[in-house]
Design a protein around this ligand. Structure first.
Ligand SMILES: [Zn+2]
Length: 337
């Protein structure tokens, strides 16, 4: 979204010097008839963000500048801007080729509520971007240890941490994958509801606007955004690369049949707080691999999947019975290999 900003002569306002203030959008600037060199009124919205609220018409200021025109092309990638019917904002439509948009998508993808990939912050994404190592989210799955350990300030340890996080993201359920890929207006809750009705990528990519608006909280605009997303060949290519990388492109309920027998016959207790997955996800993983999740530790417990802040009573009991405590990393290695 392209937001016009006014560069001001510095002015003291509620304790800080203000030099820039938002002009909101094209219509706002036109309505006030603001031009270069005008005197304007500026206010701090909520006492924090400066915004222009009006123009001073009486005397002084105007330097006979020309009528202000909104830019026609994206300042970052040069694509021609579009203005969506009914919206005030101009947008750069080059979603998959405009650097700040691509980086934004990567940041969203790795964020906690999306794929929750540890160790990949804004700075690292910038670095990977500058090196040309990552252009889209599917590129993450092609990263090698040597790509990462060669980065400035990166050792083997941090490289491993990131690669482990990327690996673990392959177990993130379909509803969160759907949120993570960043279809416009498809937030966390909406993604959940859509994933409940369209239980796999296969189903969702052929969904019609009518079918989609049948889902609670999905309006025409969101439905249209989803349909448009899956009409684009570059997006379909991206999704198929993600699928090939081993991501969950279908709801867990369809996978209640066992994926492996690695934990067959085992009784496993989950205790503590985890970083890479939620408890429910671990529970599902145990079940998919043939194990049983049980509530309390006994002689029959095979091992405890132990996160941070495990209860001291449980720890004592496990130690007394000689039952192994397994970290989430060890557990993930066990079920994934
Ligand atoms: Zn752009």
């Amino acid at each position: 979204m392209i937001t016009p900003v006014a560069n001001l002569e510095p002015v003291q306002l509620s304790g800080t010097v203000v030099q820039r203030a938002t002009l909101h959008n094209e219509d706002f600037v036109r309505q006030l008839g603001i031009r270069d060199g005008d005197n304007v009124w500026v206010e701090k919205g909520g006492e924090i963000i400066p915004k222009i609220v009006g123009k001073e018409d009486s005397g002084g200021g105007r330097v006979n500048s020309e009528e202000w025109r909104f830019i026609t092309h994206c300042p970052e990638c040069g694509a021609e801007l579009v203005r969506v019917e009914g919206e005030a904002a101009w947008r750069c439509p080059n979603e998959n080729g405009c650097p700040p948009q691509q980086k934004g998508k990567l940041e969203h993808y790795v964020s906690r509520k999306a794929m929750n990939i540890d160790g990949l912050g804004e700075e690292t994404i910038d670095l990977l971007w500058e090196r040309g190592l990552v252009r889209d989210v599917a590129d993450l799955y092609e990263l090698r240890e040597s790509d990462l350990s060669e980065l400035e300030g990166f050792g083997q340890k941090s490289a491993h941490r990131i690669l482990d996080g990327i690996e673990a993201s392959k177990q993130v359920p379909w509803e969160r994958v759907l949120f993570a890929i960043g279809i416009r207006m498809v937030g966390e809750t909406t993604a959940k509801k859509i994933a409940k009705r369209f239980r796999s990528l296969q189903e969702l990519q052929w969904a019609t606007v009518e079918q989609l608006t049948g889902v609670e909280d999905v309006g025409g605009q969101i439905a249209a955004n989803i349909v448009t997303f899956f009409e684009r060949e570059d997006n379909l290519r991206l999704m198929s690369r993600l699928e090939q990388a081993g991501l969950q492109m279908a709801s867990a309920a369809e996978e209640t049949e066992t994926v492996s027998e690695k934990l067959a016959g085992m009784s496993i207790v989950i205790s503590g707080v985890f970083e890479k997955h939620t408890r429910d996800e671990y529970k599902a993983m145990i079940e998919h691999n043939g194990g049983r999740n049980v509530g309390s530790i006994s002689k029959k417990t095979s091992f405890v999947l132990a996160g941070d802040n495990m209860g001291p009573e449980k720890r004592k009991k496990a130690e007394a019975l000689g039952i192994k405590l397994m970290s989430e990393e060890e557990f993930l290695l066990l079920v994934e290999n």
